[in-house]
Design a protein around this ligand. Structure first.
Ligand code: UTP
Length: 274
């Protein structure tokens, strides 16, 4: 059973400036809940109750969110508003939260390697909270934990994207095991559409085996000077096995304004119809 989930939250979130000038992108809220809380709920649903954050400067609001806010909680205690804190209080009581800082923002691969100190030598989940996922029937990370339990290797969640969008993602190809699982043989970060091996894009959900840390240590920076997790996973796929899993559900790219608006509409109308 995988118990730890890593949240790399050190990125600058430049697509949301000025909103992200002094607050983390992951604290932007879809309706009344910040993106990061959706992600932690998904991890908890998958049985991953040890939550590890790789943070950076201007990210303190995340630590405060996963802690008690005495003054505010005292003020609303016994009022009709108290139920609004029920979800976050439950998360705080059921999970542990630990933090380390990425000093130089050298990409997602570097952020994951920075998290090694919190993870140690065991398999772990990775959630990029700006990809907001609604799994059906289980959360996407819970679905992936089942894939890990079967194959005992690293797993990445993928979805088909329009051909013109492949250059925004890590793209994978390989041998189909069945309609939901592909054994990856090739992975490339943000390819031009003409050379992309497929249109299967990696989204912000991974289960990684700890060998990935040694590989990341030896992975040179790729495009735009960042250490790419895709490059490390390509090595891992050659050394052992990496499965691409077509998840059941929906993903919203809340790192982009369009995706954020789409998610907001989805949750607003979902809530209205309940
Ligand atoms: P993004 O590519 O979305 O970058 O990172 P970003 O900086 O967050 O956002 P933009 O593009 O400037 O708007 C993908 C994920 O990797 C994390 C981010 O926090 C996000 O969850 N990340 C990225 C790090 O933790 N450290 C890095 O050095 C880079």
């Amino acid at each position: 059973m995988i118990t730890k989930c890593l949240f790399p939250v050190a990125g600058y979130g430049t697509r949301f400036l000025p909103a992200t000038k002094a607050q983390p992108k992951e604290m932007l809220s879809v309706l009344t809940k910040p993106l990061v809380q959706y992600g932690v709920e998904e991890a908890q649903q998958a049985g991953m109750k040890n939550i590890a954050f790789v943070t950076g400067r201007s990210k303190r609001a995340i630590e405060d969110h996963f802690d008690i806010s005495y003054e505010m909680e005292n003020m609303i205690s016994g009022t009709t508003k108290e139920h609004q804190l029920k979800g976050i209080r439950e998360l705080i009581s059921q999970c542990t939260f630990s933090y380390t800082r990425q000093i130089h923002m050298r990409g997602l691969g570097d952020a994951i390697l920075t998290g090694e100190t919190l993870i140690g030598a065991q398999p772990f989940g990775v959630i990029l909270a700006d990809d907001l996922c609604v799994g059906e029937p289980d959360g996407v990370m819970a679905q992936m934990a089942k894939v890990y339990a079967k194959y005992k290797c690293s797993v990445v969640a993928v979805e088909e994207v329009p051909e013109q969008d492949v250059s925004k993602y890590g793209i994978v190809s390989g041998q189909a095991i069945d309609e939901r699982h592909v054994m990856i043989s090739e992975m490339v970060e943000k390819p031009d559409p003409e050379v992309a091996p497929s249109n299967l894009a990696i989204i912000g959900r991974y289960i990684l085996t700890p060998e990935v840390f040694d590989i990341l240590r030896q992975t040179p920076p790729g495009k735009s000077g960042e250490v790419q997790i895709t490059d490390a996973l390509q090595v891992l796929a050659k050394k052992s096995m990496v499965i691409a899993y077509r998840f059941q559900g929906k993903r919203f790219d809340c790192g982009s304004v369009e995706g954020f608006v789409e998610a907001t509409n989805f949750f607003f109308h979902g809530q209205m119809s309940k």
